[in-house]
Write a protein that binds this ligand. Structure first.
Ligand SMILES: NC(=O)c1ccc[n+]([C@@H]2O[C@H](COP(=O)([O-])OP(=O)(O)OC[C@H]3O[C@@H](n4cnc5c(N)ncnc54)[C@H](OP(=O)(O)O)[C@@H]3O)[C@@H](O)[C@H]2O)c1
Length: 438
């Protein structure tokens, strides 16, 4: 067996996966307590051990899957400085037949990672985790691994996974209520991964799917473009310079919409490369007038996270009586449930959705203010992957950080004013160094 091609797979006795090569039985892994008809225990698992590194040298020398892995984790909700690097994190296991286990090669950092490290979303995400486990008890949140999108190599797959093979290099996305991917391994449903296009680097591929799926779901699901044709729709993307804005512009142009976007003067060259019809420097004195000149809009997507009380200044730019929508990605849902608990938060959410719609006058002109959010769905992942394969979507990267310097990457995202994605590469020296930590 060629060393460079060596891969390893997991085999449950009651969960046959792919043919194994060198095998050993992993004895210590504990399965997640919730789920499924698969009753395999740690002692039922057989794992192929890779005998070598890949040619790129980006993977660590000790690549065998084991019950312990390297990860950056939060042990409490605090600051980014309190994230802890460990080589003793519990490795994920597949618990459904449609899952894949991936050894991560690169991952991006999103504003959500920084917010979640500080406790954002703990009530709602905790409630979803609890519902998944069908438990009356609050699930254990810590240690919490962050990280929502990644590129890596499939090292094991469930029996129902037909479109991927062990050894495939894929890009993928992890729902926020699951353990993330700023770790050596991650387990996700196969529907949330896609083969990495050959022309993309691991880092570029790692930066696509979280912001891509956020833009996709905001426009298609919340903006109604799943049912209505986007052709000739007039769309304003506020914040074309960030990750979500980059993807939104390119998706909309591909779907045939007319796109106006806003960004700072320093981002104009980057944004121009994505192909919008009009770019407006939002710091210019006549920015409002320019926005009006290119309006009125069928959809306004806020991909800049503008403050909630500024939405009212944009709603007059929406077309009247044509289902036009202002979509904000800064919904107060998670904040409200964190502040008022699940029931109180849901009540507050209803008020927070209703009041701006009334006060802005949007509903009286047949338009609406809507909350958009990241929804990971297979057809969206497939569409984004196809566009990436066809070189119809670019993933501008601002900076790549080494795995060992993950906190610096988080701090860069925290500073804001991003011009593309911040990505972490799981480089060999970092991983070797991380292995020496507890
Ligand atoms: N609800 C969800 O599920 C979800 C998912 C993903 C993201 N989000 C939210 O969506 C927003 C965008 O996410 P992202 O990952 O794309 O963030 P990002 O990469 O930080 O991009 C934000 C961009 O907006 C620009 N910007 C800031 N204020 C602006 C303004 N007034 N007008 C125009 N551009 C402005 C920023 O650059 P300058 O400041 O230099 O202009 C930056 O380039 C964030 O608020 C994020 O929290 C929500």
């Amino acid at each position: 067996m060629s060393k460079s091609n060596t891969i390893f797979s997991l085999v449950f006795r009651s969960f046959p996966i792919s043919p194994s090569r060198n095998t050993f039985v992993a004895r210590t892994i504990r399965r997640r307590t919730f789920t499924s008809s698969y009753s395999a225990t740690a002692d039922d698992m057989t794992v192929d051990i890779p005998t070598t590194d890949d040619k790129s040298g980006t993977t660590p020398t000790q690549t065998a899957w084991s019950s312990k892995m390297i990860a950056w984790q939060a042990h409490s909700y605090n600051t980014v400085d309190d994230l802890v690097l460990t080589s003793n994190a519990r490795s994920p296991t597949m618990v459904e037949a449609n899952e894949v286990l991936v050894r991560v090669k690169a991952s991006s950092v999103n504003p959500l990672d920084v917010l979640m490290a500080e406790g954002f979303g703990q009530v709602l995400l905790g409630t979803i985790r609890q519902a998944q486990k069908m438990s009356l008890h609050k699930p254990v949140e810590f240690p919490l691994t962050l990280g929502r999108d990644f590129c890596g190599e499939i090292i094991a797959k469930g029996v129902k996974v037909k479109s991927f093979n062990v050894g495939d290099v894929v890009m993928g996305v992890v729902p926020p209520f699951q353990q993330g991917c700023h770790s050596e391994f991650v387990a996700v449903p196969a529907g949330l991964v896609a083969k990495k296009p050959d022309h993309l680097t691991n880092e570029e591929a790692a930066g696509l799917l979280y912001t891509g799926m956020t833009a996709w779901s905001a426009l298609k699901l919340f903006g109604g473009l799943y049912v209505m044709k986007a052709t000739n729709k007039n769309v304003l993307v506020i914040g074309g310079s960030g990750g979500v804005g980059n993807c939104a512009i390119q998706l909309l142009k591909h779907w045939g919409a007319k796109v106006t976007t806003t960004c700072d003067s320093t981002a104009i060259n980057l944004v121009k490369s994505l192909g919008p019809d009009n770019i407006i420097d939002y710091t210019a004195k006549d920015a409002k007038q320019q926005l009006e000149e290119h309006g009125k809009y069928d959809i306004i997507l806020d991909a800049a996270g503008i403050s909630y009380n500024k939405i009212g200044s944009y709603t007059p730019l929406l077309k009247e009586w044509s289902y036009a929508a202002f979509i904000t990605l800064r919904s107060p849902i998670l904040h409200n449930t964190d502040s008022y608990g699940f029931v109180g938060g849901m009540f507050k959410n209803a008020i927070d959705l209703l009041i701006p719609n009334i006060l802005s006058g949007a509903v009286f002109k047949g338009s609406t203010i809507r909350w958009g959010t990241f929804i990971p769905v297979e057809c969206g992942v497939k569409e984004l992957a196809k566009l990436a394969e066809e070189k119809k979507i670019l993933i501008p990267l601002e900076k790549t950080f080494k795995f060992i310097d993950l906190k610096d990457a988080y701090k860069r995202v925290q500073e804001g004013h991003l011009r593309g994605k911040v990505v972490i590469t799981f480089d060999k020296p970092s991983m070797d160094k991380a292995r020496l930590t507890n």
